[in-house]
Design a protein. Structure first.
Lengths: 129, 385
């Protein structure tokens, strides 16, 4: 069922382009501020915490735990599990948990990044580790 | 500088329709505007301030033109768009404008037809490439809040169901309510699961329709015939994941808008006799009650259980028109109807079966956007003068 789902290619822009270029190479990137030391996601040019412009790209381990989720049962494209996962590096992000029995998704579950193709750069999803 | 007591709600109107395939959206705006102006006992030419949000076809200036507002007189316009709570923010902004002498009779309108046809997609921000593919909708975004709230605080589906049960007890007396049938906790739990842990009956109705209000100066309000209702405190706030640091979906921006409004009003949650609380979903109500301080964070489940929100039964009568859960959630935006029922309660014009005795202090609170993603909140404290 998840095989059939087709995703739109990211539009990208000058601020986010390095993320999508790294995604083509299978690397999941986050941003870290070298002034305050905090990591954030989705990536911005200016740190959302201290507003410094000294942010740098950093490859994430892609390892995360499920913060929360909801199994969306009423959808024309079939059920899906939307979730927030918290990366080992700190930031939490919105995603879908894929390639598993959706009924088994749980808060606290260990997950890892997995890429799904589009007509452009691939998109990051998470699957049980 | 405060807006406390500087602005009165002199006219209100809620469109009786819940399904309007035979009307245009602009027409519905005009019908609710006409209703509110007539309720106040004013005329269209008295309007010198106009407020509308994203539901107004074409935005503010096409509506000013369509309604035929007197443009020689119109001197304050505001199209603040914060989803379903836009109209609560409009009320606060209208009071600010009136206090500053920028207008004296403000009209606020809301109308639309989501039941007749699909609504345009929600506008997205810089997060689009990083989130749109994951299919966040109102149902699953609020589902994620409820799931985490249950995890952190032991909140149960039964407790959430009590919120719908209370709303249905009130809706039975509202002849315009879309759902008038009284339901039980079991009915809610047995309704189909939409997005875990939210059942169909945890979700609000989808209705065509709208509402409007007239906000004016103390002097003008006192010259009219309606019971006097004034705004004494207002707060607004916004919240999002903010780079993903310390994500906590169990609270909303209401934790900031609420205290701001209570502080300005000089009252506390204990003083409130009636509460209009945004009810897009049962979890929305539960989180807002906690965030506004009606109970401690995590104790919302206990607070709403056993009919505590039912007028004449519990301690905090809420949404006595049946709310969004049973009566009306026009244009998928519940902020306007929250104000309208609070005004009815303060005027003593609610249905006798749900009218709160000696109702002299009420709260109207709402959120807009998605609680589980990005949202705004606004709190209004209203008083019978």
């Amino acid at each position: 069922m998840s095989e059939a789902k087709k995703y739109n290619a990211p539009v990208t822009n000058p601020e986010s382009a390095p993320f999508w270029e790294a995604a083509e190479a299978g690397k999941f990137m986050i941003k870290r501020c070298t002034t305050c030391g905090e990591a954030h996601y989705f990536p911005r040019a200016i740190c959302p915490f201290c507003f410094s412009d000294k942010t740098v790209w950093e490859e994430s381990s892609g390892e995360a735990t499920v913060y929360t989720y909801s199994l969306m049962r009423k959808s024309p494209t079939g059920p899906y599990a939307i979730a927030y996962v918290t990366l080992k590096e700190g930031p939490s992000l919105q995603t879908n948990i894929v390639d598993c029995d959706l009924e088994t998704v749980k808060i606290g579950q260990k997950v890892k990044v997995v890429w799904k193709p589009t007509d452009g750069a691939p998109l990051p999803f998470f699957t049980p580790a | 500088m405060t807006i406390k007591g500087k602005a009165y709600i002199a006219g209100i109107y809620e469109h009786p329709t819940r399904h309007a395939p035979d009307k245009s959206t602009a027409q519905l705006h005009a019908e609710v505007a006409k209703g509110a102006i007539e309720d106040a006992g004013l005329t269209k030419d008295d309007i010198d301030g106009y407020f509308c949000a994203g539901d107004a076809p074409g935005g503010l200036w096409p509506m000013v033109d369509y309604l035929g507002l007197n443009t020689k007189k119109l001197r304050h316009i505001d199209s603040t768009e914060t989803g379903g709570c836009s109209y609560l923010i409009h009320l606060g902004h209208a009071a600010e404008a009136i206090a500053a002498g920028k207008c004296s009779v403000a009209l606020v309108t809301l109308a639309g037809k989501p039941r007749t046809g699909p609504m345009p997609p929600r506008a997205s921000g810089a997060e689009a490439d990083f989130e749109l593919a994951y299919g966040a909708t109102t149902h699953n975004a609020y589902g994620m809040c409820a799931m985490r709230h249950m995890h952190d605080y032991g909140t149960t589906s039964e407790q959430l169901a009590w919120i719908k049960v209370a709303a249905s007890h009130h809706a039975q007396y509202n002849p315009h309510a879309m759902l008038k049938e009284v339901v039980t906790v079991e009915d809610v739990l047995n309704s189909p699961m939409i997005s875990d842990p939210l059942h169909r009956m945890d979700c609000c109705v989808v209705t065509d329709g709208g509402g409007a209000m007239i906000v004016t100066t103390p002097e003008i309000a006192k010259s009219l015939k309606k019971p006097l209702v004034r705004l004494i405190g207002h707060g607004e706030a916004a919240k999002g994941p903010r780079g993903g640091k310390d994500l906590d979906l169990t609270y909303s921006a209401g934790v900031w808008s609420g205290p701001r409004a209570f502080e300005e009003a000089g009252v506390t949650p204990k003083d409130i006799k009636y509460a209009s609380i945004y009810d897009s979903f049962t979890i929305t109500v539960l989180m807002q009650l906690e965030d506004l301080g009606f109970c401690k964070k995590g104790e919302g489940g206990k607070f709403v259980a056993d009919g505590n929100l039912i007028s004449g039964v519990g301690k905090l009568p809420f949404n006595t028109d049946g709310g969004g859960l049973c009566s009306n959630h026009p244009v998928n935006r519940g902020g306007m109807t929250k104000i309208l029922e609070a005004v009815r309660q303060l005027r003593g014009e609610a249905h006798p079966k749900v009218q709160v005795k000696n109702c002299d202090l009420a709260i109207a609170h709402g959120t807009g956007g998605l609680l589980g993603v990005r949202h705004a909140a606004s709190t209004c404290i209203l008083e019978r003068a």
